[in-house]
Design a protein around this ligand. Structure first.
Ligand code: LMR
Length: 344
């Protein structure tokens, strides 16, 4: 980096640090303890609750970031869209209003990296080993490079888990979905997934899901169990079908220029804290979802049904057009490299 660019980055860093340290958080938030005068305050924004794998790992990262930087950095975690909703988060990161995000990877599709939508393809990953071959291999790295062109740097891939469908009537076969309105994340793959079942997808922010289900704007949704429980969906959905049909995972991203301008003695410990948080997150994600399913059953409000393999196979066949569409969109060369990793 040229000296003038370095100086500019350093000035930008000190100005933004100053403003983060001095600007009180939004009035609606409980005020976090005041930072020390020379402390860098970094904000981690998340749309899910603190009880989810993402929420727990963000808190773990914040703790380790403080310890490993010996108190020079304070990471404040804002859960449940308290700072920003899905789309706003991206602009906020690029404007340095927040410093860490962990959006579901599919949300990078509308942001200009459509390859990330493949992670939502129904029944693409048989298990997490196959998933990690993609995230931790060449494809995962290439996709991070694509994010950098957009001004973001990918630090890690975090898991949530596999999704289940929910509604106020049983969902076992394609005709059960027909005509129903399903809240989905704003991705083409998930819209296609629902259209292939003759359902009507409606893309909306995560924070809007519960009110939409409660008021009948949407009939159903798809979520890992930790999100289903923490968003209080047992109060709005009477049937949950354990289908494990699609993966939901995250990319932890930072503003590329901001991150690169951080002094090495700050950035390196933060990278170490992120490595530790990633190990922790991957360890707890499936445990949290198993635990959440037990708690959902314990509410007594939701009838839980496990799809049989034969029922899964019928759904799988209905979703062939979803694959055909994305193959046309992204090209066979990329798709074949993906299929090779997952053994499809
Ligand atoms: C969703 O919008 O359903 C998820 O991406 C929420 C999340 O971050 O887990």
């Amino acid at each position: 980096m040229k000296l003038s660019k370095l100086l500019l980055s350093a000035i930008a860093l000190s100005i933004s640090t100053l403003s983060f340290a001095q600007t009180p958080p939004e009035a609606t938030l409980a005020a976090p303890p005041a930072p020390k005068a020379d402390q860098i305050v970094l904000k981690f924004s998340s749309v899910t609750s603190g009880a989810t794998p993402k929420g727990l790992a963000a808190e773990f990262f914040a703790k380790r970031a403080g310890e490993l930087t010996k108190g020079k950095v304070k990471v404040e975690v804002y859960h449940s869209s308290k700072l920003f909703k899905d789309k706003e988060e991206f602009d906020a990161l690029l404007q340095n209003k927040v410093h860490f995000l962990a959006p579901s990877v599919g949300k990078f599709g509308p942001f200009g990296v459509p390859e990330y939508e493949v992670f939502g393809l129904p029944y693409l990953f048989e298990n997490t080993e196959k998933l990690y071959k993609v995230t931790d291999g060449k494809i995962g790295k290439d996709l991070f490079n694509k994010l950098e062109v957009k001004g973001m740097l990918g630090l890690a891939y975090w898991d949530n888990g596999f999704k289940s469908f929910s509604a106020n009537s049983p969902l076992r076969k394609p005709s059960d979905f027909q005509g129903k309105i399903f809240r989905v994340q704003d991705t083409k793959v998930l819209e296609d997934q629902m259209k292939s079942l003759s359902a009507r997808p409606v893309a909306m922010a995560f924070a809007e899901m519960f009110p939409a289900l409660q008021t009948g704007v949407a009939d159903g949704a798809e979520n890992p169990h930790s999100n289903f429980l923490s968003e209080k969906l047992p109060d709005a959905q009477r049937y949950l079908t354990v289908s494990d049909h699609g993966y939901l995972g995250y990319a932890v991203v930072v503003n590329a220029d901001y991150w690169k301008a951080l002094p090495t003695d700050i950035r390196e410990p933060l990278e170490s804290a992120m490595k530790e948080a990633t190990i922790y997150e991957r360890k707890i994600s499936s445990e949290s979802n198993d635990k959440a399913l037990k708690e959902i059953i314990a509410t007594g409000k939701v009838k839980v049904y496990n799809l049989t393999q034969a029922e899964k196979d019928v759904l799988k066949t209905s979703w062939n057009p979803v694959y055909e569409n994305i193959e046309k969109q992204l090209g066979m060369s990329f798709m074949e490299s993906l299929y090779k990793e997952v053994g499809r």
